[in-house]
Design a protein around this ligand. Structure first.
Ligand SMILES: Nc1ncnc2c1ncn2[C@@H]1O[C@H](COP(=O)(O)OP(=O)(O)OP(=O)(O)O)[C@@H](O)[C@H]1O
Ligand SMILES: [Mg+2]
Length: 410
């Protein structure tokens, strides 16, 4: 897909931006604090409807505008699906418009002003779960290595952001799961602290396992598909010397383990592809029953997809524990490129690639690999403070935008 036009109003340090966006690579060049990352953040917002680094949507509203009683931040994008490829959904329409509005208004009671988020797809208001999946983007950030070396939460986040864009049901299930988990934890805490009938948990167990089974089932499939792409790309990046594997370790694992085993060894070949959602739910429910006393004692849910883990193995070695930095970087690059290839496979469209200062992190060989991959994709936006990091032929093929204080200079 191609982003053809972007318009921002009161988004971070962009009071107003209105720009036609070409296909191919676009290099956003500028000094520090000029708005490069903010522009990528705006585009990524259209794919996920969350910011990749703000903790609160309010932070996206331009400081000056935000002081007024009524402030409206707008991101509007025109985009089109490629001709040769079928677009997602039923419609054969190629051109679309996606608009996000963040509306901050004083509520008249002297409280802090309320914030409303509205999403319009082709002019019609949509819920987030309906709007997601129409416009896809993949984001490359500095410190990507955290996906390999960081906490399990970083890896779940990686999975959730990629899967949520192409599997709209998944995004909805995650939201429901989080709500049920909060309720169940509150009840566990209450029983733990003040006592009460543990049978009250039955209802929440049923809810948690019904939605949790959907999440686990979707992860089993998506990880297998991502692994296929990642292994292929990683083999290219390592010139065939290393073999990458993704080891999914669900907190509740539908694979039977022997009673003596706490969990399966990391490099065990584990085929979970045949399990149905019902089967997973039944097993999950039984496991929850067996840990009920422990959960009551701890006042929290200890089992379920919110605790799932995903490990990266290269030639059988866990990269998060034993990998060198270079190996980690190569694996993350393979994972990111796999995300791109997987999205294209699922939706029939290239996602827009967003790369924030990532070249500086890579050695020259990886840099070259990444740039040649970028040239294959339909559209990419890359930020840099230093054009010299890019090879001359790449710069020649790219469109260059200079950014200064929230404005584009040509
Ligand atoms: N809500 C906001 N309103 C106005 N300005 C903001 C808002 N949020 C952040 N800024 C400012 O916008 C500027 C641009 O930030 P941004 O992260 O996009 O810079 P950058 O060009 O990526 O810089 P760097 O090269 O340092 O990464 C910063 O000065 C930041 O303080
Ligand atoms: Mg930046």
């Amino acid at each position: 897909m191609l982003l053809t036009h972007l318009s921002l109003t009161n988004f971070r340090n962009f009071a107003r931006l209105d720009i036609d966006v070409p296909g191919g690579p676009v290099l956003l060049v500028g000094g520090n604090a000029q708005g490069k990352t903010s522009l990528l953040e705006a585009v990524y917002f259209l794919a996920t409807f969350v910011s990749f680094h703000a903790t609160n949507d309010r932070q996206l509203i331009n400081f000056m505008a935000g002081r007024e009683p009524l402030a409206v931040t707008r991101i509007v994008a025109d985009f089109q699906y490629s001709d040769a490829l079928p677009g997602p959904g039923e419609s054969s329409q190629r051109e679309h418009r996606l608009e996000v509005r963040l509306i901050q208004e004083a509520n008249g009671f002297g409280n802090s002003p309320g914030l409303r988020k509205e999403i319009l797809f082709d002019g019609v208001k949509r819920k987030t779960s309906e709007a997601i999946g129409n416009f896809n983007a993949v984001l490359f950030l500095p410190h990507m290595l955290r996906v390999v070396e960081g906490s399990p939460e970083e890896r779940r986040r990686y999975l959730n952001l990629a899967m949520g864009q192409v599997l709209p049901h998944y995004a909805r299930h995650l939201g429901e799961y989080a709500r049920v988990l909060t309720q169940r934890n509150a009840l566990l805490k209450q029983i733990s602290e003040r006592g009460g009938d543990p049978e009250q948990l039955n209802y929440w167990d049923e809810q948690l396992t019904a939605i949790g089974a959907q999440v686990i089932h979707a992860r089993i499939r998506a990880i297998a598909e991502l692994e296929r792409q990642a292994t292929r790309l990683h083999s290219q990046l390592t010139r065939g010397e290393e073999r990458l594997r993704l080891a999914y370790q669900p907190s509740y694992d539908p694979l039977p383990t022997s009673p003596l085993q706490y969990s399966l060894p990391l490099d065990a070949a584990a085929d979970r592809s045949g399990f149905t959602i019902d089967y997973i739910q039944q097993g999950f429910l039984e496991s929850l029953k067996s840990v009920r006393n422990e959960e009551i004692a701890r006042g929290m849910t200890t089992l379920g997809p919110h605790r799932d883990e995903l490990r990266f193995l290269s030639n059988g070695i866990d990269l998060g524990v034993y990998g060198s930095r270079g190996q980690g970087r190569t694996a993350v690059l393979a994972m990111k490129l796999a995300e791109v290839a997987w999205m294209k496979e699922k939706s029939g469209q290239w996602p827009v690639l967003l790369l924030d200062e990532v070249l500086a992190e890579l050695d020259p060989a990886r840099r070259q690999d990444l740039l040649s991959n970028l040239l294959e994709s339909e559209q990419s936006l890359l930020t840099t403070t230093d054009l010299d990091l890019f090879q001359a032929d790449f710069v020649q093929r790219a469109k260059i935008w200079h950014i200064q204080a929230g404005r584009l200079l040509f």
